[in-house]
Design a protein around this ligand. Structure first.
Ligand code: ADP
Ligand code: MG
Length: 233
């Protein structure tokens, strides 16, 4: 049996808005194995981002079980949870979420700062990550001097800097044209081939075809799951 990076059971997430309760997740079971590439699809409002945020320990479920590797997330205090998140998980967002005042290399270093790592010590590795995403000649550029595709590539390098086990991406190609979308997907595919576990939310069927497994969400539950044949990846 391949090792599970994440195992969740009967995850429920309610949001209280005034007097009403929004039931965003209504009992989700999911096991994500090490080295897999999972896409999460579904209509707007079906709970995709809520699920990704819980998988990424950015939010806690209302109820249910969540194991990250061998560890029960419910038993971690907030400090432990944010340390574990910083060490084991990398994040990529639709709108890149770069810091406008920082250069490419400084943006890549941001998660190291959160982990109180020595920047000098990791400098060469950060340059290597910039190179990995094809931006070694843009180290001193700021986000507004880059195209959308280049900004997303900075965000990918940033997501890798703490050498996470798993990358969580919420609509990573949602703001990109088809050419830069292909560049970003190529990088994600390469990372997955090298063993990184990837969980990616997308509403685009063609993008989801890059994944091994496609989870379809509907009304806060997993409605169905499709396994992609290697031939079409
Ligand atoms: P998706 O990413 O599939 O579009 P979301 O996970 O963002 O869906 O949202 C699922 C449901 O939960 C929606 O009905 C949404 O309005 C609601 N929701 C999400 N986040 C919050 C929040 N912070 N407060 C209240 N309701 C929320
Ligand atoms: Mg969403």
């Amino acid at each position: 049996m391949p090792e599970a990076v994440i195992e969740i059971r009967q995850i429920v997430k309610n949001f209280q808005v005034g007097d009403s309760t929004v039931r965003a997740l209504r009992g989700v079971d999911l096991t994500i194995e090490r080295g897999s590439f999972v896409a999460i699809m579904g209509p707007s409002g079906s709970g995709k981002s809520t699920l990704l945020n819980i998988l990424g320990c950015l939010d806690r479920p209302t109820s249910g079980k969540y194991f990250l590797g061998p560890d029960d997330v419910a038993e971690m205090d907030d400090d432990t949870l944010s340390r574990v998140r910083g060490k084991r998980l990398g994040f990529i967002f639709q709108s890149y979420n770069l810091i406008a005042q920082l250069t490419v290399i400084e943006n890549i270093q941001v998660p190291l700062i959160y982990q109180q790592e020595d920047l000098e010590e990791h400098h060469d590795r950060c340059v290597a990550l910039a190179k990995l995403v094809g931006l070694e000649n843009r180290l001193d550029h700021r986000p507004n001097q880059l195209s959308g595709g280049q900004q997303q590539r900075v965000a990918i390098a940033r997501s890798l800097v703490n050498e996470p086990l798993m990358i969580l991406a919420d609509e990573p190609t949602g703001n990109l044209d088809s050419e830069t979308e292909a560049e970003v997907l190529d990088i994600l595919n390469d990372l997955n081939s090298e063993g990184k576990t990837i969980v990616m939310v997308t509403h685009d069927d063609a993008v989801a075809q890059h994944a091994h497994r496609v989870i379809h969400m509907k009304d806060g539950v997993i409605a169905r799951e499709v396994i992609n044949e290697p031939a079409i990846r």
